[in-house]
Design a protein around this ligand. Sequence first.
Ligand code: HEC
Ligand code: HEC
Length: 304
Amino acid sequence: MARFMTSMVALLLIVTVWSVYDHHDRFPAVLAQSEIKVGEKLYLENCAACHGQKGDGKGPEANRLKTKPRDFTTGNYKFRSTPSGSLPLDDDIFRSISRGVRTTSMLAQLHLSEEERWAVTRYIKTFSERFKSEKPRKPISIPAKPSFNAKLVALGKVTYEEAGCGQCHGPRGRGDGPSANELKDESGNSIIPTDLTLKPFKSGSNPQDLYRTVSTGLNGTPMPSYAEALAPGERWAVVSYLLSIATRDRPRGMMGLIEEESEGMRIDMQAAMAGMMGGRGMMGRGGGMMDRNMRDMMKDMMGR
Ligand code: HEC
Ligand code: HEC
């Protein structure tokens, strides 16, 4: 009977904790602090190997990677819907975590639940003081996509030439423009202008993704924003031109992985193994605090 009562109490606890967790928007003050803790734990288990314990991009794996992990302390994010120089929206960070950054070791972190991806989104913002004093600017608007046709592509080609894209990306978009070999990112690492004839692109290859990239530029890199220099119609024309030349697929290796994605897979697997060794079982990594608490309570109920 005592065992039964314990079980009932445990069950009640689970249901209560679960419902608070599930509707945490209604209890922001109570859970804000614990969410940071959840975010921190997820970050250390899933991200720190590359992005570093302090979020400075200097994780133990960073040296071996060609494309370096983001340094979160500067608040400079490449992939945003906000204007050049602005902080990103939470949605932008969440999107990068959920989709990954194609061709790099940054894989889609889909072993984390949506809730966990939001927790880690909010957590990585704590690495930069800028999020405390500054607000992200209004995202750029993406007008309805015109229908792409030969005339628009031709206009896009002219716009590409006149806007000087070729200076970096090359006259035919092969990533071999006159400046291609002298470009550096904000950390002083050399950075190669993308070969625009190859798919997929880092932050997504649909027309809206490309329109966003051309409009906002990529903070911390030489890729400028064209929100001022090109009218929305011209930006759409350039996008139609880009899609007309991006006809080849990047070579895929094992499991269909491209370039440094396989490095990401290796590092993620290693982290998962470490999680299992930690005695948290198969669901150890990314299982989330909630799952682990649930498992502990279940064990209690079953008398261990
Ligand atoms: C295997 C290494 C690796 C792991 C693990 C990893 N990342 Fe990354 N991440 C990278 C690299 C490399 C980039 C930079 C890609 C680029 O600049 O093109 C990146 C980029 C990002 C970006 C985009 C930043 C921007 O400039 O817009 C975000 C956000 C991010 N990572 C968050 C995370 C989070 C959160 C985790 C853990 C849940 C994580 N990453 C795990 C390597 C990693
Ligand atoms: C001063 C050099 C420079 C100029 C000029 C420039 N870019 Fe870029 N662009 C870059 C670099 C460098 C990258 C690679 C960033 C990275 O890999 O993180 C890039 C990346 C891109 C990407 C790929 C984004 C992705 O998600 O993978 C697109 C698309 C792009 N540029 C389009 C353009 C267009 C269109 C123009 C002209 C309107 C242009 N660029 C002008 C340097 C430049």
